[in-house]
Design a protein around this ligand. Structure first.
Ligand SMILES: *Cc1c(COP(=O)(O)O)cnc(C)c1O
Length: 330
């Protein structure tokens, strides 16, 4: 844990982690990998500071939930933000691309690949012509294969699917490196960090070590394809119970945009939803299932099916959901 970040031992760990990530996502040669700090939230600032170089630069943001909303708010500090989705858009799906208002001269199009709180996931890659796509994959990285060549920047905090808090992965196409605004803090400057092999300052060495163990574990499981198949199976187990519950459980996300990773849902029923949701959480807790409470901003229940959650564990939850429904539905 106390290895120097400049030691050959740590350097071997970091090179190994980069290679494993490159193998797992088939990252093309013209993309660089950075291991930074500051989480997904740090990248909300890093992206505009590295890409919105000229005054008046425009960036398109697709707001589909609270994480992309937060990123947009941060982006507004550094560039002219165009909110490209229709204003009628609620956080329950992704409006058809024909309704988007993309700017031809945008520096990038930004979206959150999986809205962790609202449970909205992109299952397609938007058509943006020559405008680079920047995406936040904090909550679905390595839960399925990705065609990296379609993106300009992919970033993700490690703590949800690929390790513990502390490290942030940035995968960046090399022509997007080297344009930071003069006031960009050094620790967020992609070029400076790249030139210094992600050790311009001390990275979160232990988190990077853990991340590499997770990469090796994912490889052993069969890679991103296998994680993708598992994620389909796991999410189907939960959505099937919701959809066959005659409204006892309900989700407000359009089925086509439902997340495979984070499933927020509510409980209807005549006993009162708040009462039943609390009871659900208490009983789940007694059976060893924790962290099922919905995010404080939305309430309800949320099943987060990150890579570390097994199919067996999800079966345990879906069986409990069925039992609970049978006991409480009128
Ligand atoms: C958790 C999360 C973040 C925030 O990550 P931090 O590491 O806390 O900054 C950003 N985006 C998404 C999609 C997340 O799920």
């Amino acid at each position: 844990m106390e290895l120097s970040h400049r030691s050959t031992q740590f350097s071997t760990i970091m090179q190994g982690a980069k290679k494993d990530l490159r193998d797992l996502l088939n990252i093309p040669e013209n993309y660089d990998i950075l291991f930074l700090q500051g989480g997904g939230t740090g990248q909300f600032s890093a992206v505009p500071m590295n890409l919105c170089t000229t005054t008046g630069s425009v960036a398109d943001y697709l707001i589909t939930g609270s994480w992309s909303a937060k990123a947009t708010k941060e982006g507004e500090k550094y560039c002219r933000v165009n909110k490209a989705l229709p204003s009628s858009n609620a956080y329950n799906g992704i409006p058809d691309q024909s309704t988007w208002n993309l700017s031809p001269d945008a520096k990038y199009v930004y979206f959150c690949a999986n809205e962790t709180i609202h449970g909205v996931e992109f299952n397609f890659i938007p058509e943006t012509g020559d405008v680079p796509i920047v995406t936040d994959m904090s909550s679905n990285i390595l839960t399925k294969p990705v065609d990296v060549s379609k993106y300009g920047i992919i970033f993700a905090g490690a703590q949800k699917n690929i390790g513990i808090a502390g490290a942030t992965v940035v995968i960046i196409r090399d022509d997007l490196v080297g344009h930071a605004v003069p006031f960009c803090p050094s620790i967020l400057d992609y070029k400076l960090n790249l030139q210094n092999n992600s050790v311009y300052n001390t990275p979160s060495t232990f988190s990077i070590y853990i991340m590499d163990l997770v990469f090796k574990w994912i490889k052993k499981q069969g890679g991103a394809e296998a994680m993708g198949e598992k994620s389909q199976v796991k999410s189907k187990l939960i959505y099937d119970v919701i959809d066959s519950s005659s409204g006892f459980y309900y989700s407000s996300v359009f089925p086509k945009d439902r997340s495979r990773v984070n499933i927020p849902f509510r409980i209807g029923g005549s006993e009162g939803s708040e009462y039943l949701e609390k009871k659900f959480l208490d009983e789940a807790h007694k059976r060893g299932m924790v962290s099922l409470k919905g995010h404080r901003s939305v309430g309800g229940i949320r099943a987060s099916l990150f890579n570390a959650i097994t199919v067996d564990e999800v079966e345990h939850l879906s069986n409990f959901m069925k039992e609970f429904k049978d006991k409480h539905k009128q």
